[in-house]
Write a new protein. Structure first.
Ligand SMILES: Cc1ncc(COP(=O)(O)O)c(C=O)c1O
Length: 372
């Protein structure tokens, strides 16, 4: 098996080995004995380890956290729960990951609401003021990727939240590209909702995601996705009534791959043990070393690099005529190095499992590919 150097956590993590073991053991136990190995009580409590771990990472209450199968699924349920009314608008950025916007576009289409997207420049940079200027008295939701997937631009959540709240709008944050790398204190962001997928910076496997729902809005939200698990008393199975839990778990509606959720809980606990300030420091150090290493190669940094706007995603514009897709393919096939080609840029996104030696390997491989 090749030894991959995965410098593409913005795409898919190399799953934390602890998470992989726990997830696989859970799947094995089910294959051995179904409910004899994972009974009703275990199913009832199945989300708790992940809710607990995520609450530590976000410094919020366990009751403010819910579990889903993907970020997109949670966002869809939220979009129907908030259901922007006719004549209102939803604000985001044109460069946002589609799942940050599509769920809202679907509801807006149905309700007769408008989607407003702030424009970006040639480096995919969105001026935060352009987002703020789209917010008005008719805005019902600001939906934003905390860190943009294509160039790693990070937004000041507090500022966006304050402006959204000043007109009575909610702010929904897709933190799939930030949670697990950027330290986030959920209450300090003043966001109403924060959602993250589990298989990127949180280092889980596919099939689990987490959401923070602020206690100030949770009781007003009637989830768009509903099922037997939506009832507060899970095993009181009666189809003729539904009593939602009064906390964020009202967004949990059915069975999921509990192994993925248990594994993700363990992966998040690892980050909590290391400490998010240390994770953030480590990841930025790797990015800085890459930026230094490639200077003089004719490569342009397309990502914002100021303290307030940077992240652990750095996107490179290659010299004229050199395709980022071809270079990403060559790095993978000839050097076993994983990076991603996105929007014509070569996106590098190292994380806590990477070290300086691996960045040096990328720098030297890029040097060979670009100058041969
Ligand atoms: C910002 C953002 N949100 C959501 C997703 C997708 O998450 P999921 O697969 O859990 O729906 C991605 C994947 O790249 C992403 O970058």
């Amino acid at each position: 098996m090749p030894h991959w150097i995965n410098l593409s956590y913005a795409n898919v993590a190399t799953t934390s080995s602890r998470a992989h073991r726990i997830s696989s053991e859970w799947a094995d136990s089910l294959a051995r004995g179904g409910a004899a190995e994972f009974d009703g009580e275990a199913e009832k409590k199945g989300m708790m380890p992940l809710r607990t771990a995520a609450s530590k990472l976000l410094s919020c209450g366990v009751e403010d956290v819910c579990v889903g199968s993907s970020a997109t699924e949670l966002l869809c349920s939220l979009a129907w729960a908030i259901s922007p009314s006719e004549g209102s608008n939803v604000v985001s950025s044109r460069v946002a990951f589609p799942s940050t916007v599509y769920p809202w576009a679907r509801v807006c289409e149905s309700n007769g609401a408008e989607i407003r997207l702030a424009e970006h420049d040639d480096s995919l940079y969105t001026d935060p003021d352009d987002i703020l200027s789209l917010i008005d008295e008719k805005t019902s939701v600001v939906t934003i990727s905390h860190v943009e997937y294509s160039n790693g631009q990070r937004y000041d959540l507090e500022k966006l939240s304050e402006t959204a709240h000043s007109v009575g709008a909610l702010i929904v944050v897709d933190a799939t590209q930030s949670m697990g790398v950027v330290p986030i204190d959920a209450y300090s962001t003043k966001a109403d909702v924060i959602v993250s997928s589990g298989y990127k910076w949180l280092r889980g496997t596919y099939g689990a995601a987490v959401g923070f729902i602020s206690p100030s809005v949770v009781s007003d939200l009637n989830p768009g996705l509903i099922g037997f698990r939506s009832n507060a008393d899970l095993w009181d199975l009666r189809a003729d009534r539904l009593v939602l839990p009064d906390d964020a778990s009202r967004f949990e509606y059915t069975t999921i791959h509990f192994g993925a959720a248990l594994g993700l809980a363990a992966a998040i606990e690892e980050l909590v043990e290391i400490g998010m300030d240390e994770v953030w420091r480590h990841d930025l150090e790797l990015v800085d070393s890459l930026v230094k290493g490639i200077s003089g190669m004719g490569v342009e940094i397309a990502s914002p690099m100021s303290e307030g706007e940077r992240s652990a995603i750095v996107s490179l514009r290659l010299p004229n005529g050199i395709s980022s897709a071809t270079v990403a393919d060559r790095l993978q096939s000839d050097y076993s190095i994983l990076v991603t080609s996105r929007s014509g840029l070569l996106r590098v996104s190292p994380h806590i499992d990477n070290n300086m030696g691996e960045i040096e390997s990328l720098v030297s491989a890029l040097g060979e590919i670009l100058h041969r």
